[in-house]
Each structure stands twice: as C-alpha cells, then as structure tokens.
Design a protein around this ligand. Structure first.
Ligand code: VGL
Ligand code: ZN
Length: 197
C-alpha cells in the first residue's frame, strides 16, 4: 500500500452536469468515493492520515475564458472549466480530499491544449510526475473524466514514465460510449490494467 496513489482526473462540475456534462458522471463520482472509502477504512490509515497512507492527487482542467480549445476560438469544445467559475471546481464530495500540494492544473495557457494530467502543475510549480516520484509511488490508480481524452492521455503518460497503472473502470465518465470502449481497449492493449477494485 505504501507505494500506491490515486489520481482523480477532471471530476469537475462542467464535466459532471455543466457545459460538457459527460455520460456516467454521477455514477463515476459515487464509485470513486466508494473506492476511497475502501482504501481508507483500514484503522491504521484512517481519514486523518489519508494523504500519508494513500495519497489522492487531483488533476484540474483550468482554462482562461479565451482558451484555444473553445469553439469561439476555433476549437472543438464549448467553453468549460473556466478559471474561477463553478464549472472548474472539484465535485463537492471529493473536494475535502484535495490539498494544494496534490492538485495539478492544466490547460491554463491560452494557446495550449493539455489533455494529459502529466503536464499539470501544482501551486508550487511541481508536476504530477515530480510529486509521485518524490513519494516513491510505483502503482497509480486512475479514475476520472473523460475516458477518451484526459484519462487516456494521463494513463498513457504514467505508463510511459514507468508506473504500473490501474484504471478504475467503474469510475469513468465519457463523451461517447463507443469512444469510451475503444479507449479502454487501446489502454488495455498498451499494458494499462483495467480493474473494478
Ligand atoms: C477534457 C475535453 C476538453 C477532459 C478536457 O478532461 O477529458 N476533454 N478538455
Ligand atoms: Zn478542457
């Protein structure tokens, strides 16, 4: 357990019930909370030592209002996860688990799309990789939204960097069901382990 962490990708209101509401989002949040409860129910790793025993890291899409991925700028998506709006916030049931050190922002530069959480940085400027490496994490559980974009890219980058990646397949939401299945097939082929616990 010592070398395990959970990475929660983009469980943010715009992807849950906002401008880019994804399929299965409520269920994915609920199942993620169940997973966290299971992993932290051991009395030796009670809630007050969650971060020490089982670090939970959050990735956040965090766009300026004129981001290049938005349709008004010629991009593919409606405006979403605009900095300092409700849509960019972590779901309220998960937010208590998010600390500043373990929250990584991506897509914050106007001209750059970033689907991978690996490119995200925390307030102190450390990358997701820096922090996982510092804690000597080897096994990374991943859940989040959307399977086909940020989850896929984050998982692939983690795998390339040498982590063993466990994708929580019940804790995912997606833009399109067929795209979700195709992404799962691709990740599985590339050595990412699909798991339901
Ligand atoms: C995402 C589309 C645009 C994601 C982010 O989190 O998967 N998808 N921005
Ligand atoms: Zn985005």
């Amino acid at each position: 357990m010592k070398d395990c962490a959970l990475v929660v990708v983009d469980m943010l209101y715009d992807f849950i019930d906002g401008s880019m509401a994804c399929k299965n989002a409520d269920e994915a949040v609920r199942k993620t909370l169940e997973f966290i409860d299971r992993k932290t129910s051991d009395p030796l790793e009670g809630p007050d030592v969650i971060q020490a025993g089982f670090p939970i890291l959050f990735v956040r899409d965090f766009h300026p209002a004129d981001h290049c991925s938005f349709t008004e700028q010629g991009g593919p998506w409606p405006p979403h996860c605009v900095q300092d709006t409700h849509g960019a916030e972590i779901h309220t049931d998960l937010a208590p688990y998010a600390s500043e050190e373990f929250t990584f922002f991506k897509g914050y530069k106007k001209d750059k799309e970033q689907y991978s959480g690996f490119e995200g940085i925390n307030e102190a400027g450390q990358s997701l990789y820096d922090v996982l490496d510092m804690m000597e994490i080897k096994n990374v559980y991943v859940c989040g939204i959307a399977t086909e974009y940020c989850v896929l890219n984050t998982c692939m980058d983690l795998k390339k960097a040498g982590f063993t990646v466990y994708l929580l397949k019940d804790c995912l939401a997606y833009v399109d069901y067929k795209g979700h299945l195709a992404s799962l097939a691709q990740m599985s082929k590339d050595g990412i382990r699909l798991t339901d616990k």
